[in-house]
Design a protein around this ligand. Structure first.
Ligand code: CP3
Length: 357
């Protein structure tokens, strides 16, 4: 038996329920800006080895929680575990980002792919989730995650990170049925993968659509949003007697947030390019919002960080439904004390925006 959850403020905020203060966590909170992360990664030998060793993935997941009073933990893994499990050959070259050794570019290549079994090829992730839940001992909720089918497909087709997305967008315009076949497969894989994370103990799930905004709005609907819709429709709604909230994050969504809010999710991630007050107008009170401090604010001194935190809190305004976060992942060169200053400021300044429940 796992101990009961001691701090469920994050889960309540995601469901727009009253909370005493605004909960906070950071995208990429376990990462290279922490010296203890770099030490564990060195011990693991590589980033992929770190992801594939549940004890070490658990260790780095908990590192930021040992330093900062965060209101949530996020599974340490990557969105590219699915293409890796599909046999596309994944490598992380230092300083170069991910490389897919066998990219998928033709209908014949797509037809050879299968949906990986989360309890077999992705077993190491599911084991990490169970272990993290055990080690967290109910301190804060654990977030599971996956990439959006579109975002994961960009890596599968481009063969790695891309500037112009020429190959996948060429495929989209030339042979859309091939791309739809790949996206359908990734969608099925993602539903099974996230449901396995939920069954193993993930208490909320987040879908990262980092590259949705490189599409025209029309193509975004067809090639990204509709697949995220299938994902949320396929997800387990509750586990261990509690709703498992879903967060969708399309970086650069802007006014598309309004269409995203039609989906059966609980919260939308907002990057720093959109004003939270504007986002709240687009979305209404239908969904919670998560964001959106510019990660570069953390290069400034703590006093400045505090005033920028105040600004983000004020732009969301009064009432429940705000989860504080960065607008994207924390940069590797941020001093950890600056992250601490941000979290402290959120906890100090946010109670005035909430009526005591
Ligand atoms: O937030 C967390 O603390 C959880 C861990 C997490 C990682 N990747 C660890 C990671 C999460 C949620 C991700 C998601 C992810 N991975 C996304 C979507 C979110 C986003 O940032 O937009 C994407 C696009 C990826 C793919 C990916 N993984 C890239 C492009 C890179 C290289 C770029 C970089 O930052 O180095 C990675 C590697 C990666 N994933 C690292 C970490 C901590 C750095 C690896 C290292 O230790 O060298």
């Amino acid at each position: 038996m796992l101990p009961p959850l001691q701090n469920d403020i994050f889960l309540r905020a995601l469901q727009c329920q009253p909370v005493p203060y605004t909960p906070v966590w950071m995208m990429r909170q376990a990462g290279r800006y922490l010296p203890e992360y770099r030490a564990t990664r060195a011990k693991a030998g590589s980033f992929l080895q770190l992801c594939q060793t549940p004890e070490l993935a658990c260790e780095v997941t908990l590192q930021p929680l040992a330093r900062f009073p965060l209101d949530a933990a996020i599974l340490f893994s990557d969105i590219l575990t699915i293409p890796h499990a599909m046999g596309l050959g994944l490598q992380f070259e230092t300083g170069e980002g991910p490389v897919i050794q066998r990219p998928v570019r033709t209908a014949a290549e797509v037809s050879k792919l299968g949906v990986p079994d989360p309890h077999h090829e992705l077993r190491y992730v599911i084991d990490a989730v169970s272990l993290i839940r055990r080690e967290l001992q109910g301190r804060v909720p654990l977030i599971g995650f996956a990439g959006s089918p579109w975002t994961v497909a960009t890596y599968c087709v481009e063969g790695g990170s891309s500037r112009d997305f020429a190959k996948i967008k060429g495929m989209m315009y030339d042979t859309p049925s091939t791309l739809h076949a790949l996206l359908t497969l990734l969608t099925q894989a993602t539903i099974q993968y996230l449901n396995a994370q939920i069954a193993a103990g993930a208490q909320a799930v987040m879908v990262f659509d980092t590259w949705g905004s490189v599409l025209t709005p029309m193509h975004y609907r067809e090639f990204s949003l509709s697949y995220m819709q299938q994902i949320v429709e396929g997800l387990t709604r509750a586990a261990a007697g509690r709703t498992v909230p879903r967060i969708l994050f399309t970086k650069g969504a802007g006014s598309l947030l309004s269409e995203m809010s039609d989906l059966d999710c609980d919260a939308l991630g907002v990057d720093w390019m959109t004003d939270l007050a504007q986002a709240r107008q687009w979305v209404g009170d239908r969904k919670a919002l998560q964001g959106n401090l510019d990660p570069c604010v953390l290069y400034a001194k703590p006093e400045r960080i505090k005033s920028e935190v105040a600004r983000v809190l004020a732009s969301y305004g009064h009432g429940p439904g705000h989860v504080f976060n960065l607008g994207h992942g924390i940069h590797p060169t941020i001093p950890p004390e600056h992250a601490a200053a941000m979290i402290k400021a959120v906890h100090e300044l946010s109670p005035q925006y909430h009526v005591s429940p």
